[in-house]
Design a protein around this ligand. Structure first.
Ligand code: SF4
Ligand code: SF4
Length: 157
């Protein structure tokens, strides 16, 4: 399946992807109106920075998703046709086991509603809000194999 990957050689940590994600998950779907919403809309991607690297972290919709195995309430499941890992907010009890189980750190706490939130691959649009917003082209949409090919080319330049 196609996923969102981050090219760490291009990410500058501007957090444009986080803002675009939160706006896409707002009621208004526009920045200024979204800023007035309470609770504030939540982002489902996370920019992580350390001395060595900056990257935007996205759910990888793993085939054998550890978060699904860890979720006792059945809030996380696999959508058969698309391969997406999906989250049902009505079944989520906010135990945070999925957050502990995710090897990428891609699941986020929504403290106000006491539920987990994660990337849902923008179901209300054709493209992806974070990818469109990224000013450096650091975010790539494709299969794991396609992304690996791009990285391989870079290391051979
Ligand atoms: S918008 Fe692009 S460059 Fe900015 S933090 Fe996100 S991935 Fe990195
Ligand atoms: S926080 Fe919600 S989605 Fe995560 S493991 Fe607990 S019940 Fe499942």
């Amino acid at each position: 399946m196609k996923k969102i990957f981050c090219d760490i050689t291009k990410c500058v940590g501007c957090k444009g992807c986080e803002i675009a994600c939160a706006v896409e998950h707002s009621k208004a779907k526009g920045l200024s109106a979204a800023l007035k919403e309470r609770p504030l809309p939540k982002r489902r991607v996370k920019v992580s920075s350390s001395d060595k690297k900056i990257l935007s972290i996205h759910c990888q919709h793993c085939a054998d998703a550890p978060c699904i195995l860890a979720c006792m309430s059945g809030a996380l499941s696999k959508e058969k046709e698309s391969g997406k890992t999906v989250h049902d907010k009505d079944r989520c009890v906010g135990c945070w086991m999925c957050i502990m189980a995710c090897p990428f750190g891609a699941i986020v706490r929504n403290i106000e509603d006491h539920i987990a939130v994660k990337c849902d691959l923008c179901p209300d649009r054709e493209d992806f809000a974070c990818v469109r917003a990224c000013p450096t082209g650091a975010l790539f949409v494709g299969t794991e194999e396609e992304f690996k090919k791009i990285l391989k080319k870079k290391t051979h330049v």
